[in-house]
Write a protein that binds this ligand. Structure first.
Ligand code: UD1
Length: 417
């Protein structure tokens, strides 16, 4: 298993281009299941999760061609196996995103239940409840969601909590339903908006995406389209944090500050000077960061996917901060690894109190999930001496060419096989 060896201490300096968003690319790839024409995508990040999604739809009969440079052409003309097997779903929870499109296009779907994951139980009851409201018959048998519907019918759905993939699944299903579907308490995340834009380019009738009330007027069929995936706001935020923690100065291109205002506000509060241009962000770190408290919540509030990275920067900032996680019940696994590097963190239920220390010390640590891994990379870049991060397959799920990008910014990072 690959490991990442980091020699800490070098400030990140220079320019890096942000990749396409993983969490937008995954639902958009699933949108290709909704029509028999070609969907031509660009700015698709080359990540393990994207490869898993390609394999998953490939075994359904979808033709996938890639140019190796972020362009994917998907053609679902020969979709003949509306099944998502356990072996694939267990490696990537986002596989549940095939459920809505398969049901809408084929009238049936058999999708493995995702099960729990390291950061929490993460049920899919809202996806199921919404599809049932649209007339689907759904039962769970042998660990699989078995869904059937002749043609889905528009419905008014109020989700019990804000769910990103739940909103996306229901929005995709509703594009081909009979009549109007209204999703109340919808997720407002930019990735939901990006998916809605792609679906609109395919002929869907959607309004309100990006607000908590999305309305979809079903159509008979969708058609092919060309679509460019939005920039990855979490990758953007992660590199900004890495530069902030290492007292660096970086410019990130092909991204937009408008996607992560809550994160930029917090980095400014920590003392960073940030200059936002139309498609780039420049950050200059202060000599020492000030601690910042954060509370995770659905967009536009502070994202749970940036919580671990802020714990890393608070670990070396001046003062104490409280990190309050409200989305997932078990998302502090990085804290115990940060302790191994000398951080001062106390956990009480879903609160972490982080008191900054003058320096971290390199050690061997273990990555436990995608964003936890990112926080360990940031900590390793700051720590004195060598940090060896084990199980970096988590990083490869969500960060495109991470060691190459970091090396170009001046970090001493090496993949050890
Ligand atoms: C998505 C993102 C993930 C991010 C998360 C929260 C993708 C592929 N992943 O995950 O990176 O961390 O949003 O911003 O886009 N819940 C239920 N029942 C449901 C659905 C959700 O109880 O049917 C709960 C979850 O357990 C969690 C909360 O709702 O506590 C939010 O989860 P959700 O927004 O659905 O996360 P994902 O869409 O899986």
């Amino acid at each position: 298993m690959d490991k990442l060896l980091i020699e800490g201490g070098a400030p990140l300096v220079g320019e890096a281009a942000v990749s396409g968003a993983k969490n937008a690319a995954l639902p958009i790839i699933c949108a290709s299941l909704l029509c028999g024409d070609s969907l031509n995508l660009s700015n698709v990040p080359q990540l393990n999760d994207v490869a898993t999604m390609r394999r998953l739809i490939g075994q359904m009969g979808i033709e996938v061609t890639a140019d190796g440079g972020g362009t994917l052409t998907l053609n679902s003309r020969r979709l003949n196996n509306p099944v998502a097997p356990y072996e694939m779903v267990k490696t990537m929870r986002a596989s549940i995103l095939v459920l809505g499109p398969l049901l809408a296009r084929c009238g049936e779907a058999k999708v493995s239940m995702p099960g729990g994951c390291a950061i929490g139980a993460r049920p899919v009851d809202q996806h199921i409840k919404g599809l049932q409201a649209m007339g689907a018959e759904i039962r769970v048998e042998g660990g699989y969601v078995l869904a059937q519907a002749r043609r889905l019918k528009g419905a008014r759905i109020v989700t019990d909590m804000v769910t990103v993939t739940g909103t996306e699944n229901l929005m995709m299903a509703a594009t081909l339903a009979e009549g109007e579907t209204i999703i109340e308490n919808a997720a407002c995340e930019p990735e939901v908006v990006d998916l809605a834009r792609c679906l609109t380019a395919m002929g869907a009738k959607i309004s309100g995406a990006g607000s908590s009330r999305v309305s979809i007027q079903g159509v008979q069929a969708l058609h092919g389209a060309d679509y460019r995936v939005m920039p990855d706001r979490i990758e953007t935020g992660t590199y900004l944090c890495a530069a902030a923690a290492t007292r660096g100065a970086i410019v990130l291109t092909r991204t937009s500050a408008a996607l992560l205002e809550s994160v930029i506000d917090k980095l400014r509060e920590a003392g960073c000077a940030i200059d936002c241009r139309p498609d780039s962000i420049a950050l200059q770190a202060p000599p020492r960061l000030k601690s910042v408290s954060v509370r995770t919540a659905p967009y536009p509030a502070f994202p749970t996917d940036m919580q671990a990275q802020f714990m890393a920067i608070d670990s070396v900032a001046e003062g104490s901060a409280v990190i309050h996680e409200t989305i997932f019940e078990n998302r502090f696994m990085h804290a115990v690894e940060l302790l191994r590097l000398g951080a001062d963190i106390r956990i009480d239920a879903n609160n972490a109190v982080v008191t900054g220390v003058p320096a971290l010390d390199g050690a061997t640590v273990m990555a436990t999930d995608l964003r936890a891994s990112a926080s360990l990379v940031i900590a390793g870049l700051v720590a004195q001496g060598e940090t060896l991060i084990e199980r970096i397959y988590h990083l490869d799920r969500g960060y495109e060419r991470i060691e190459e990008k970091l090396t170009r910014l001046g970090a001493n990072v090496r993949r050890v096989r």
